[in-house]
Structures are given as structure tokens and as C-alpha cells.
Design a protein around this ligand. Sequence first.
Ligand code: HEC
Length: 201
Amino acid sequence: MRKLLVFVLGVGLVAGIIYAGESAVSAGAPQALEQADKDMMKNGAMKNMDKYMGTMEAMKTVLPKAVMAKQAASLKNGKKLFNSTTALGANGQACASCHPGGATTGGTVQTPMKSELTGKPYDLPVPSLVGAAATFPKFKVPNDRVITVSEMANNCIMMFMGAKPIPLKSQEMTDLTAYLHSLSADAKMEPGKMPGMMKMK
Ligand code: HEC
């Protein structure tokens, strides 16, 4: 009986591993640190720790100044990227072309792909991004899974701006995401909430 149980659990585990291996989003098994990571921690992290937090005085003066300056620079660059017609897209569009000032044109846009059911592209209403970041992580149809607001920016870049997605770990993506979050400064965090025009009961 016990052997059978072990067998069943074993098969389940293998099936689970195969399933996880097939899903494109699996992060894989944890890996040991590489030398480059160790160097970063030793040379980078410790140096910065000493600079910003080495003394009480630094923590009270140098650190807060750095936080304010670095956050402001990230936000500013994110806003610039959002409004640029050349930085992220390959078809002359900016995020702001559809989401002006983070709001919406109020119109609809067509998907570049046509429906297999009707042979026509889909008309999608453009949502406002005010409060939108606070509704992520959220299920999105093209991905058929729950994604982050940064991955959603890449959806728009691919679908509507004809360009390659930008790496999620890039400073560009972090800055763009900082701007998207700033549009949710007064919003309640509600992961999974649909845009206003698609009310959930
Ligand atoms: C051609 C018009 C167009 C452009 C350009 C565009 N978007 Fe979108 N955006 C849309 C449409 C349409 C949707 C709704 C699609 C959906 O939710 O799946 C959307 C949805 C979103 C959402 C999700 C909103 C929510 O509440 O679910 C975010 C975030 C977003 N866009 C960010 C961006 C960013 C950042 C850029 C620039 C990199 C960008 N968009 C460029 C049309 C556009």
C-alpha cells in the first residue's frame, strides 16, 4: 500500500515537473549565486551600504536625498518614455497617443490580428490608466494568465506599437512602471479589477 502511494506521488511529481517545464513562465529551480552576483554584492552592495547607511549621519542626510533624487529621476524618465513617439514604438505612436496624460482618448483601436471567428480585427476600447496600475497583477486575455502592469505595457508595445517588448528587468521598464504607478497614487489596491467599462458582478 505504501509503495503504491509513493508510486502515485512520484508520477504526480514528474507530471508536475513536466507541466511546469512546459509553461513558458516558470522561473525554474533556484540556482546558486554566480561569481558576478557575488562581485555585485561585495563591490556594489557593500560600497553603497557604506555610502548611504555607513553612519547615522549618512542615514539621515545622504540616504533621503538619494531616495528623492533617484525616485524623481526614474519617474521623469518614465514619463518621457510614455510620451515619446520613438523610444518604445516602431510605428510613430507613443503610449500617450492612446492614453494622453495617462487618461484615454475615449475611442477604440483595432488589434493587428484578425479574429479567426469573424475574419475581422477586434475593436478595443482604450482604458484610462488613472488607477490602472493598482488593479494589477491581473488576468489578461492575450496572455491567458495573470500578468504585471509592466507585462501589460509590453502587450501594448507589441500589439499597438509594432515593436519588440522591452526587457522586464531593464531600467527603462522600471521607469515606465514607476510612471504607471504614479497614476495610481490615490487609488485603492484592487488586483484583478476590470477597467470601468467592463464591470464585474
Ligand atoms: C494604439 C493605442 C494604444 C497604445 C499606443 C498603447 N495602448 Fe495601452 N491600451 C490600449 C488598449 C486598447 C488597451 C485595452 C486592452 C486590454 O486591456 O487588454 C490598453 C490597455 C493598457 C493597460 C491596462 C489597463 C487596465 O486597466 O487593464 C495599460 C497598463 C496600458 N495599456 C499601458 C500602456 C503603455 C505603458 C503604453 C506604451 C508603452 C501603451 N499602453 C500604449 C491601447 C493602447
